[in-house]
Design a protein. Sequence first.
Length: 340
Amino acid sequence: MSVKIIIGYLRLFNRVLQQEHIDLSKVVAPELWQTFQACLANPDEQDFDVERYALLLQAAQPYFSRPIALILAEHANLQDFGLMGYLASTSLDLQQALQLLQRYYSLIFKQTNLEQLNVQQFSDHIQIVWSASYPDYRGMYELNLALIFKIAQSIVQDALIPPQVIQFGYTPHMALYHFERFYGCSIQVQAGHYAIHFSNQVLKAKSIAADQQLNQVLSSQAQQSMNSITSVEMQQQQFKQKIQSYIEQGLLQQEEVLQRYVAKRLHCSERTLQRQLKAYQLNFQDILDQYRLEQSKLYLQQGKSFSEIAERLNYADQSAFGRAFKRWTGITPKQFLKSL
């Protein structure tokens, strides 16, 4: 199941394209562009997932000399965040806004958010952090981090004190100084997590449109929206993530028949596992291929050899791995490395 994003992301991207007179219709795949236009025209009838949005970000980047994530954040307004934008702006202070952001962050997505956001408070600082498990989502991680910073800037009455530090889970494709200039602080790269650290003193920064009565009404609407996410979708995502975790364990233990291993960990037969997958409209091979693709890209970026990757992902040899990688991406591992 793909993660769907709200229409505000699409409108923001489209607005920047129009202001910069950029035409991507001849650059991206026709199906992708048609879906993008259909979602803009009929947001209640069409959905757009994170994978496609990440492809649009990649396609637009060559037209800018700075990271596209920062360009979009600079053009964003509170309306682009939907209900979350109004919740943040009517909060009493930044602390309440961050608490609401943590509670309702998944409303930015139409289905269960893959990367859960957490707000953690310490004696001298507060940090907003979430894991970074998908290299292909790098542009989305950078964008969401920049948008959170933009929300904080937009809602406070006085100038926002710069963060103490920004942490990236993956090295960005463009120079770090672009991000340091945008955030006004140093950037650290630490695999696995994206985070933004604020001094505790910024928590009391007052909102420009504080209205507790309206905020409570909006919070009720947000909770209703959270409850409206069907339990089937949430269960499907949770089941898929459980399968992926057991696949990871099986690969680490060099299990020959992964499906049998996963079924054993779930305390059921392979036939029962197949029935459960079918009930959730999932396919074991698709889940395995997706995991292998994500891990292979990560291993390639880490400089691991083709033979080592083949062994880690349980392929007979590096040729088998190479054929699978080309089937997934349309290019060979060597071509992928060259593109980096």
